[in-house]
Design a protein around this ligand. Structure first.
Ligand SMILES: *[C@@H]1O[C@H](CO)[C@@H](O)[C@H](O)[C@H]1NC(C)=O
Ligand SMILES: *[C@@H]1O[C@H](CO)[C@@H](O)[C@H](O)[C@H]1NC(C)=O
Ligand SMILES: *[C@@H]1O[C@H](CO)[C@@H](O)[C@H](O)[C@H]1NC(C)=O
Ligand SMILES: *[C@@H]1O[C@H](CO)[C@@H](O)[C@H](O)[C@H]1NC(C)=O
Ligand SMILES: *[C@@H]1O[C@H](CO)[C@@H](O)[C@H](O)[C@H]1NC(C)=O
Ligand SMILES: *[C@@H]1O[C@H](CO)[C@@H](O)[C@H](O)[C@H]1NC(C)=O
Ligand SMILES: *[C@@H]1O[C@H](CO)[C@@H](O)[C@H](O)[C@H]1NC(C)=O
Length: 409
């Protein structure tokens, strides 16, 4: 009898111990626990809203470790990811950069969930117009939306937007894909400068192109009425080398820019950003369902020069530049975009400062693996290393940009 009783007693003591240990484990990991995070957010949000000036600012906050990242596999999203941006495929050795999400300060942002996303995006079209960083954001959203799974049901509807590969071209000017279940379309159009490019029809090479700084790209003017969400970006093509290399000739008011006007390329860039924002803002009342975002510049991290002069970004330790952006009184690092959308209905998608903290997440450091092994393949330690501190590994930082604008739609 007594032995039985003590047996039961010992049993309940061990059960209590097990429960206690489980409880402690829960406490220990709760930094990543969604329940804990959302309670924490509510508290923060309450504190924030009770102080007079605070509205949710997605650009301020901190990077936090998240066991549920990345949102898709870099090995599996082959249908949408360019090989050169898929650092898993390219044989980069370290992947700790994949395990973080951005926690905005004072905002209760839901985790990205693709089923919720499609539910909200029924019959809607999301358009990205911009440079290769815009293309990265587009590919990232395609991977997030499919979870990186092979998706044969997705339809290529590029032809509906004139996005077909011209004869002799390497690729079309953009891509458009439709998810038939919810009739959701995601598209990207390549416009590095957000200005209208028109051939000048001079007979002698090089064939010059008029770059109309005060006119948005024809694609944007033609298809704006079909977009529900538009995300614009520009920035890295605004240097003399790129503009001269492309034989772009700046025009304003339909005539070639002469003399000192916009001689500084930065002024020309700022002028164009202001022009496109002004044009778009004037269009918004005519397109009441359209939500427009202007993404700020994506930072580069070349140390000691740039890619021509041997600069690199060889850090692999996440957040060695810090994990937090604070300071409620400071605006964006990208004052050109910030001041252009100020007072308009266009929302700023301010990713500059939060991306600045992530110098370890560029494609630099990947090995240039041969796509198909040759008969004699010499992949050795001397296989060249990618030195690109501008573009990002995917999955990676552009996933966060997408989460932030989706939270604001
Ligand atoms: C898909 O959505 C568009 C509006 O974005 C609408 O015009 C079209 O009728 C829809 N198609 C189907 C099959 O629901
Ligand atoms: C989507 O479009 C179809 C066809 O026009 C319509 O029947 C359906 O109600 C729409 N769904 C939403 C959520 O607007
Ligand atoms: C050049 O030719 C194209 C196609 O014929 C035309 O659309 C364009 O306006 C011309 N450009 C100029 C500057 O005349
Ligand atoms: C373009 O036209 C506007 C209005 O007519 C004028 O104010 C501006 O100075 C012109 N800009 C250039 C570069 O010619
Ligand atoms: C990283 O780059 C810096 C600056 O170019 C260089 O001095 C350093 O030796 C590099 N470190 C490694 C481990 O390659
Ligand atoms: C935005 O516009 C307002 C009113 O014109 C001005 O007071 C403010 O300084 C501007 N802010 C920025 C960041 O340009
Ligand atoms: C591989 O290395 C060997 C010896 O270093 C060399 O002779 C050969 O040309 C290399 N092959 C290729 C494809 O680079």
């Amino acid at each position: 009898m007594l032995g039985g009783k003590s047996y039961i007693l010992r049993g309940s003591v061990s059960l209590a111990l097990v429960i206690l240990i489980l409880f402690m484990i829960t406490l220990l990991v709760s930094e990543d626990n969604p329940l804990h995070t959302s309670l924490f957010d509510v508290k923060r949000q309450f504190t924030a809203s009770s102080s007079s000036s605070s509205v949710c600012n997605f650009a301020k906050g901190r990077w936090v470790k998240d066991r549920n990242r990345p949102l898709y596999s870099g090995f599996e999203c082959k249908q949408w990811l360019s090989t050169m941006w898929s650092c898993r495929v390219m044989g980069r050795p370290d992947f700790s950069f994949e395990g973080y999400r951005w926690q905005p300060q004072g905002c209760n942002t839901p985790n990205f969930d693709r089923f919720t996303f499609f539910n909200r995006m029924q019959n809607k079209t999301i358009a990205f117009i911009g440079d290769s960083l815009g293309r990265q954001q587009f590919q990232s959203l395609m991977c997030m939306a499919t979870g990186g799974e092979e998706s044969p049901e997705v339809q290529n509807v590029g032809w509906e937007y004139g996005l077909v590969k011209p004869k002799g071209a390497i690729r079309p000017d953009g891509w458009a894909y439709r998810f038939p279940t919810t009739n959701t379309t995601i598209l990207y159009y390549w416009s590095a400068s957000l200005s209208d490019l028109v051939p000048m029809n001079n007979t002698d090479p090089p064939h010059l192109t008029a770059m109309h700084l005060d006119r948005p790209p024809a694609f944007m003017r033609n298809y704006l009425h079909r977009f529900d969400v538009l995300v614009l970006n520009t920035g890295h093509h605004w240097n003399r080398g790129k503009i001269e290399g492309n034989h772009w000739v700046m025009h304003v008011n339909g005539t070639q820019v002469e003399g000192e006007f916009l001689k500084d390329i930065k002024d020309a860039k700022d002028f164009t950003i202001r022009s496109v924002a002004k044009w778009l803002d004037a269009q918004l009342p005519l397109h009441p369902r359209l939500k427009a975002f202007f993404r700020t510049i994506s930072p580069r991290h070349f140390r000691n020069g740039d890619w021509n002069t041997g600069g690199n970004c060889n850090n692999t330790v996440p957040l060695s530049r810090g994990s937090e952006i604070t300071g409620d009184d400071y605006g964006s690092v990208d004052t050109a975009v910030e001041s252009s959308v100020n007072g308009t209905r266009i929302k700023i998608l301010d990713v500059t400062a939060l991306s600045e903290l992530r110098d370890e997440a560029h494609i630099s450091g990947s090995k240039l693996k041969p796509r198909k092994p040759k008969k004699v393949s010499n992949v050795t330690s001397t296989t060249p290393i990618v030195n690109d501190c501008l573009h990002w590994c995917l999955p990676g930082i552009p996933d966060t940009w997408n989460e932030l604008f989706i939270a604001q739609i």
